[in-house]
Design a protein around this ligand. Structure first.
Ligand code: AMP
Length: 193
């Protein structure tokens, strides 16, 4: 399976991406986690990414695209992947499409996590208290939600036009949301046959 996961910060993408990747025995690639690991290591990539992350801005497309294309060339991705947090802009989505077209391994689905703003703020404030993420202050959270609305939300139409969009009701217990996703992917597969 080759899947991308879209949705605002706090929608539960990371938790579900791990579970979906496990279900299909494929690679789980979370760009935010890769950046955070690089920041912790003090690598050059981490140094570049940190200022954008701390502000709640997106890391520039060329930096993210190069990193993800490198990651997709690793052997574990041959079994498929769940991309969590990429693409976040139309330019990133186009770069991904182009690479997958060259490899003749197109995407199967784009999961779009839908959640109310009220539930989102409740979760993000909870996560800030729990994890002490430097990008989880209230002001940065608001900015990240704005960036999502402006730069990432257009991807919903982008994937809908390509017949790949699967809307996911992201409110509910973790295992219930996972089951919804797996059922939807199964339905999509059936209707595509
Ligand atoms: P996340 O853990 O997915 O919320 O990502 C944390 C931060 O990493 C984001 O707020 C961005 O600064 C950066 N980041 C992660 N993925 C991307 C991406 N695809 N494009 C640009 N920046 C990204």
């Amino acid at each position: 399976m080759r899947i991308v996961v879209l949705g605002p910060p706090g929608a539960g993408k990371g938790t579900q991406a791990v579970r979906i990747a496990e279900h299909f025995s494929c690679a789980d690639i979370a760009t935010g986690d890769i950046f955070r690991a690089n920041v912790a290591e003090g690598s050059e990539l981490g140094r570049i990414a940190q200022e954008y992350m701390d502000r709640g801005d997106l890391v520039p497309d060329e930096v993210v695209i190069a990193m993800v294309m490198g990651r997709l060339a690793e052997p574990d991705c041959a079994a498929g992947f769940v991309l969590d947090g990429f693409p976040r802009t139309v330019a990133q989505a186009e770069a991904l499409d182009q690479r997958l077209a060259e490899l003749r391994t197109p995407l199967h689905a784009a999961l779009n996590f839908e959640i109310t703003e009220e539930e989102l703020l409740r979760r993000l404030v909870g996560r800030a208290a729990e994890l002490h993420r430097s990008d989880d202050s209230e002001q940065t959270i608001r900015h990240r939600l704005e960036v999502f609305a402006i730069k990432t939300r257009p991807l919903v139409d982008y994937y809908a036009r390509r017949g790949l969009l699967v809307n996911v009701d992201a409110i509910g217990p973790v295992e219930v949301v996972t089951k919804r996703i797996l059922d939807d992917l199964l339905d999509m597969n059936r209707s595509g046959e």
